[in-house]
Design a protein around this ligand. Structure first.
Ligand SMILES: Nc1nc2c(c(=O)[nH]1)N[C@H]1C(S)=C(S)[C@@H](COP(=O)(O)OP(=O)(O)OC[C@H]3O[C@@H](n4cnc5c(=O)[nH]c(N)nc54)[C@H](O)[C@@H]3O)O[C@H]1N2
Ligand SMILES: Nc1nc2c(c(=O)[nH]1)N[C@H]1C(S)=C(S)[C@@H](COP(=O)(O)OP(=O)(O)OC[C@H]3O[C@@H](n4cnc5c(=O)[nH]c(N)nc54)[C@H](O)[C@@H]3O)O[C@H]1N2
Ligand code: SF4
Ligand SMILES: [Mo]
Length: 739
């Protein structure tokens, strides 16, 4: 269990917020053994503002509904009836049942699903456990967000860069819309860059907050980002706006790329994207001729049928315009030499080739699985010193849709044990009904959670997790940056709570590989991870809250790039070897029709919540009491709908209810759906607390034509749908309807 410290003190300590996965550096104060207040950091660069959710951390951490005791299911799966048991009993039983299931069905019959921030505080121990056991079937929300971007970036230049906002002269946002209460540090960084004269180009179907003040706004049709990038390249190559010297010395495949790009003249790109060709050319010129420029990571291109091409096209733009590892451009940081990365701790080398070959989805959609990423192993070792570079934990994943299919159908083999940690899996991937069938077909489900979620309600065991105010940590953004930031425990966790680290460690000891988990506590792991720096965690925490080695630019001049050719692969040798088109292209997703006339995009975060969370936090729920679907006034008028009406949104895959919000910022013909809605207050009244009523995951399909070929990620940006006015209110209690 967690080591208890009797000297917990009241003065503010440094924390890294993990309510969302951006990890703001803040300070926090405790009173009477409870988190009392979140305070701004003393470093002026980090004090600009704190988001609603961060401020609400005390309400979240001290909430009456926080899980505090391990629960064991009684009755049918999903009935939500429990008995409280001890942590020790829960772990003993889980270990025994897992051993029995994996003996019967093989180690690959265990799948694990987790997510961004919670993964980071696990120190890679989940993968370590699975690699020792022999299961390759690890999935995560990062398959749809940043993790997959990291894996696909590696195909082109062997790393996942981070933008140098502080010095940049041009920022390009492909849909990404950081706001004061959403992705707050990036919002601050953009504001700072703009105060220093940086130009802003926004590509977004609607007038987003960032679009409102942008220098150029391109209102493209949803899902057409790859075509837009091909149009930009057309201009940049034709007008010779690229960095000829870099292209000659450091790239392979430029002539093939030129050929491919010639298939996308601006007339064609205008037709696909709906954006005026002159505006496309103007934006491409502004980007390419800026002294420095960044295309920050965006989830928008992580979730389209042409995702791999779109992500690669961002990489290619960065490279040929000379912005890679350059001041104000995109920094290829590499591993922080003072901190052992998760990539090393995960022990991927322990997983046999036979088990790697069983990784679900890797045959059809290999890009972020072992099958593709292993082809980069030699180059990664040569340039970055480690064979595995699991940046953002997105580089050796199974395919989520393939895992849920195997759970539901037992094809190509049975997956019968499912562990879900810090992830509300039922609502967090496409095709929610298939996920549900998969969960119902399990012999063992373990959820590690801080609140009872619809996914946890389907578990056999629910283990209470700790939160950031209760754990020590050093965050390094999953090796995405070289920053090391301190997070200090300021209050004691409940006695029966565990960290995700502790969970894997304790399970490993029960399953016979305790020797590979020699660290008793999180602090012991932190000491180990810090060993290259010669410091212990307590020394680090007493000396600093932040450490970052000096930035060194254009390191590739000494080492080459971590790709098989050592160059930037404009034409990807890895994709070619796997039988895919080595060059980027645009593919149109199944489109709108008379029956389903709108292009639906999901996502667009709500300020009050992180993803599927916090609907039970009163101060936050007040800000957004009900789910809202957004529509342009002309479309609403044609449908005979008024602002605030309850409606049903239908797609060929499923339907949800929500209230209508009419906004002239919407692009006509498009429907915007929020992510992650369920109703904690309906627990006990509706199946799984209304998990199927308003969740975007029931709307999104994951049949082959709706998936990106190379990665198998779903198309969340522009799938066909329609709205239906409800003749009577949806099956929700009055208090929700009035919300
Ligand atoms: N259908 C659909 N799916 C999506 C998306 C979408 O728009 N639509 N978005 C995708 C994106 S961009 C992302 S980033 C992912 C996000 O996926 P997740 O990061 O899994 O997001 P959440 O839904 O917030 O689930 C996190 C869960 O962790 C719990 N939790 C919070 N803190 C802790 C902790 O400290 N310890 C433990 N053990 N648990 C904790 C919360 O209660 C919550 O239930 O989802 C992806 N999936
Ligand atoms: N408050 C709050 N903040 C959050 C989160 C949260 O849940 N709540 N989640 C965090 C996470 S994990 C993520 S991934 C980020 C996501 O946050 P963002 O990166 O900002 O992404 P979204 O909010 O999904 O959508 C951003 C914009 O993309 C536009 N868009 C929709 N479809 C397309 C398309 O096909 N192409 C283009 N170019 N644009 C399109 C939308 O109109 C919208 O304005 O937010 C993070 N910050
Ligand atoms: S943006 Fe808000 S919720 Fe996310 S880490 Fe920062 S303070 Fe926490
Ligand atoms: Mo995300």
């Amino acid at each position: 269990m967690t080591v208890h410290d009797s000297t917990l003190s009241a003065p503010p300590k440094h924390v890294v917020c993990t309510i969302c996965d951006i990890g703001c550096q803040l300070r926090a104060e405790a009173e009477d053994g409870k988190l009392a207040r979140i305070l701004a950091h003393e470093n002026p660069a980090m004090t600009a503002n704190i988001c609603f959710k961060g401020v609400a951390a005390p309400e979240i951490h001290n909430h009456a509904e926080r899980l505090r005791k391990p629960l064991k299911r009684v009755g049918e799966r999903g009935d939500d009836h429990w008995e409280e048991i001890s942590y020790r009993q829960a772990m003993d039983e889980i270990a025994e049942r897992l051993a029995e299931i994996t003996k019967r069905h093989g180690p690959e019959s265990l799948a694990v699903s987790t997510s961004g921030w919670n993964t980071q505080v696990t120190h890679g121990m989940d993968r370590r456990f699975m690699n020792l056991l022999g299961s390759p079937n690890w999935i995560s929300g990062v398959a749809l967000c940043a993790g997959n971007t990291a894996a696909v970036n590696k195909l082109t230049y062997g790393w996942f860069p981070s933008p140098d906002f502080a010095q940049t002269k041009c920022i390009v946002l492909f849909g990404h819309n950081p706001k004061k209460h959403s992705w707050t540090p990036i919002y601050n960084a953009i504001n700072y860059a703009r105060s220093q004269g940086a130009k802003l180009i926004v590509l977004d179907p609607r007038v987003s907050d960032q679009a409102e003040t942008a220098d150029l706004h391109l209102r493209l049709r949803a899902g057409t980002d790859a075509a837009m990038c091909l149009g930009w390249l057309h201009v940049i190559i034709e007008e010779q706006l690229y960095d000829q010297d870099f292209v000659d010395r450091w790239t392979v495949g430029f002539e093939d790329l030129r050929q491919r790009v010639s298939e996308y003249p601006l007339e064609r790109v205008e037709e696909i994207t709906g954006v005026d060709r002159e505006l496309i050319a103007q934006a491409a010129r502004l980007y390419a001729t800026s002294q420095s420029a960044v295309i920050p990571w965006t989830p928008i291109t992580d979730q389209q049928v042409s995702s791999t091409s779109a992500i690669r096209l961002h990489s290619i733009l960065r490279a040929i315009c000379g912005f890679l590892d350059a001041p104000g451009g995109e920094l290829l940081g590499g591993f922080n030499p003072d901190y052992i990365p998760e990539s090393k701790l995960q022990l991927h080398e322990h997983l046999s080739q036979e088990q790697r070959d069983k990784q679900l989805g890797s045959q059809d959609h290999p890009a972020f699985t072992y099958r593709a990423q292993d082809l980069l192993g030699d180059a990664t070792e040569r340039v970055w010193g480690y064979r595995y570079a699991d940046i953002v934990m997105g580089c050796y994943m199974a395919n989520p849709s393939a895992v849920f299919r195997a759970m539901a159908t037992e094809e190509p083999y049975p997956v019968k044990a499912f562990f879900v940690l810090g992830n509300n899996a039922l609502l967090s991937y496409p095709n929610q009904h298939q996920i549900h069938r998969g969960l119902l077909n399990q012999e063992l489900i373990v959820a590690h959670e801080i609140f009872m979620t619809p996914t946890a309600m389907l578990a056999d065991y629910v283990l209470p997790g700790d939160v950031f105010s209760e754990r020590n940590h050093i965050a390094d953004s999953w090796s995405w940056s070289t920053r090391m930031t301190l997070s200090q425990r300021i209050v004691e966790p409940s006695a029966e709570c565990s960290s995700t680290y502790q969970f894997w460690r304790d399970l490993a000891h029960r399953m016979g590989f305790g020797e590979h988990f020699p660290w008793d506590t999180v602090e012991d792991v932190l000491d180990h991870r810090l060993s290259p720096s010669g410091k212990s965690f307590s020394e680090f925490e007493s000396e600093t809250y932040f450490h970052m080695p000096p930035t060194e630019h254009r390191k590739y001049e000494k080492t080459g790039f971590a790709t098989p050719s050592g160059k930037v692969e404009l034409s990807s040798s890895v994709l070619e070897q796997l039988g895919f088109d080595p060059l980027p292209y645009y593919r149109e997703a199944p489109g709108t029709s008379a029956e389903y006339p709108y292009a639906v995009f999901t996502g667009v975060r709500e300020d009050a919540f992180f993803q599927t969370g916090q609907r039970n936090i009163e101060s936050l729920r007040k800000r957004s009491p009900t789910p809202k679907v957004f529509l342009h006034p002309d479309d609403a008028a044609r449908e005979g709908l008024a602002d605030g009406d309850w409606l049903r949104l239908e797609t060929p895959t499923g339907q949800v209810v929500a209230r209508l919000a009419i906004h002239d910022t919407m692009k006509p013909g498009h429907l915007r759906v929020p992510h992650g809605w369920w109703y904690p207050e309906l627990r006990g009244e509706q199946q799984l607390a209304g998990a199927f009523l308003s969740s975007d995951a029931v709307l999104c399909d994951d049949q082959t034509e709706m998936l990106d070929h190379e990665q198998g990620v779903p198309h969340f940006k522009g799938f066909p749908g329609r709205v239906v006015k409800l003749s009577e209110p949806p099956p929700l209690p009055q208090r929700v309807l009035e919300g």
